[in-house]
Design a protein around this ligand. Structure first.
Ligand SMILES: [Zn+2]
Length: 403
C-alpha cells in the first residue's frame, strides 16, 4: 500500500498534498502502524459511516467516483455511499461493512488523523486512552506528545511516549493517557526545537511535507503531515544508512536535492491505468521467499498495459501455477518487466510481438498461486535483465504525476 494519498484527502485537507494520491505508503503508516500488513479491523474501527456529512464525505465520494464507483457527490453518507464503500471493500478483499474503517483507510494510504473533518469515531468515554485505542482523540494526543507521525493508533510507541511525558510531568508512568496527563499536555505542550536551514525534529511546513513524500517514494512508510517528528527522523536515518550517508537524521539542502533528483526511468506508463491500489510490499516475506515485485490491486479483468515500448520476451497463456498466466516484456535497453496472475493475455500477442507503451497486454486476474486470493497484478522490474529492483518509486511517481 501505499501507498498513496487519495485525491479526496488532498482536496478536503486543502493543503499542498500535491498531486499525490496515497499506501507506504502512504501515509497510512504512523508510528505504530507497520506497512507490511493492514491493521486488523476492531470494534471501534468505524471512522466514517452512515449519517456522516460534510466535506470529508464529499471528498470520499469524489475518490469513489474516480475509482469507477457510481455515487452522488452530495456530502451525505447515505445508502448509496455505503454501498459504494462496500463494493470498494469487496474489490480490495477487505471485510465488508460499508464503513470507512481503519483497514480501508490503510489501503488509501491514510489514517484517521488525515481526515480533515469531524468523524464518528468513538474516543474513550472516561477520558483515558490506552494501548489499542484508535481515533481522533489519539491523533490529538500523539500530536501533543511528539508533534508528528500521528496515525490515530495507540501502539507501543505511543505508550512509551506517554510514559516519558508522565515522568517529565512528575506523574506515575502508567502508559495510560488519563485526564491528568492530557490536561498537562494541553497546558504545556512539548517545546519544539528550532528549525533552521536544516530540517530536523520539530520543523513543520511544506518543505517537511516534501521531504516526507520523497521518503515515501523511496519506500519508507511514514505519514506526510508536514511535521518532522521521531517517525520522520527514523525514516530519514534509514534512508541515510541505505545510501551510505552520515545518519544524522537531519536534512540539508544537498540531501533534499538528492531525494528529489531525477532517477533512472524504466517505466513510462503505469501498468494498470484504471482504478487500483498498491503499497510498497517489495521484499515482504512470502512463502517462496522475499516478494520480488509490487502487487497492484484492481478489479478482475481490468486492463494491464505495457509500461514501456518493447518486445514480448516470453509468455504463458496457460495457468501452470506460480505466476499463472504471465508474460515478460523487454524494452530496447534490455530492461525486463514481469506481469503475473493475469486473467488472460490480449489476443494477437505472441513471443516476439512488438508493443508500444500503454498498449493493452492483458487483464488483471488471480491465476497461479494467487488463485482464490485478491485480484491483482504482480509486477516486477529487472534493469538490464538482471535481478529485480523495487519498482515502487517509479510506480509512485507515475501514479501521482511526480511530486
Ligand atoms: Zn506479488
Amino acid at each position: 500500500m501505499l501507498p498513496r494519498i487519495p485525491r479526496w484527502a488532498a482536496t478536503a485537507v486543502a493543503v499542498v498534498l500535491v498531486a499525490l494520491v496515497a499506501a507506504t505508503a502512504g501515509t497510512g503508516a504512523g508510528p505504530d502502524t507497520a506497512r507490511a500488513a493492514p491493521p486488523p479491523a476492531t470494534a471501534e474501527a468505524g471512522v466514517l459511516g452512515l449519517g456522516a456529512r460534510g466535506p470529508t464525505v464529499r471528498a470520499l465520494q469524489r475518490e469513489l467516483r474516480s475509482r469507477g464507483f457510481r455515487v452522488a457527490v452530495d456530502g451525505v453518507y447515505g445508502a448509496g455511499t455505503r454501498s459504494a464503500v462496500a463494493r470498494f471493500q469487496r474489490r480490495l478483499g477487505l471485510r465488508i461493512n460499508g464503513l470507512v474503517d481503519r483497514p480501508l483507510l490503510w489501503w488509501l494510504g491514510l489514517s484517521v488523523c488525515d481526515l480533515p473533518g469531524p468523524t464518528t469515531a468513538r474516543g474513550a468515554a472516561d477520558g483515558r486512552l490506552r494501548l489499542g485505542a484508535y481515533g481522533p482523540q489519539v491523533c490529538t494526543l500523539q500530536r501533543q506528545l511528539v508533534r508528528a507521525g500521528a496515525d490515530g493508533g495507540y501502539g507501543p510507541q505511543t505508550r512509551a511516549a506517554v510514559r516519558r511525558a508522565q515522568r517529565r510531568h512528575g506523574l506515575r508512568p502508567t502508559g495510560v493517557a488519563d485526564a491528568r496527563l492530557r490536561a498537562r499536555l494541553r497546558a504545556r505542550p512539548v517545546a519544539r526545537p528550532q528549525a533552521g536551514a536544516l530540517l530536523s525534529v520539530g520543523a513543520e511546513g511544506p518543505q517537511v511535507r516534501r521531504l516526507q513524500l520523497a521518503l515515501r517514494r523511496e519506500g519508507f512508510g511514514l505519514s506526510s503531515d508536514g511535521a518532522f517528528g521521531p517517525q520522520t527522523r527514523r525514516a530519514l536515518v534509514r534512508y541515510q544508512r541505505r545510501e551510505g550517508l552520515p545518519a544524522s537524521g537531519t536534512a540539508d539542502v544537498a540531501l533534499l536535492r538528492r531525494l528529489s533528483a531525477t532517477r533512472a526511468r524504466h517505466l513510462v506508463a503505469f501498468p494498470v491505468p484504471g482504478p487500483h491500489a498498491f503499497s510498497n510490499d517489495f521484499g515482504a516475506p512470502r512463502h517462496q521467499g522475499r516478494h520480488q515485485g509490487i502487487d497492484i490491486l484492481a478489479a478482475r479483468g481490468a486492463p494491464v498495459v505495457a509500461v514501456a515500448g518493447g518486445v514480448i520476451d516470453s509468455m504463458s497463456r496457460a495457468d501452470t501455477g506460480l505466476g499463472g498466466i504471465r508474460l515478460w516484456l523487454r524494452d530496447d535497453a534490455g530492461t525486463r518487466f514481469y506481469y503475473a496472475h493475469l486473467a488472460r493475455i490480449a489476443p494477437g500477442l505472441a513471443v516476439g510481438s512488438r508493443v508500444r507503451a500503454g498498449q493493452v497486454l492483458g487483464a488483471v486476474g488471480r491465476t497461479g498461486d494467487a488463485r482464490g486470493g485478491v485480484f491483482h497484478l504482480h509486477f516486477e522490474l529487472h534493469p538490464d535483465g538482471g535481478p529485480a529492483i523495487n519498482p515502487y518509486p517509479e510506480l509512485f511517481d507515475l501514479d501521482t504525476g511526480g511530486l
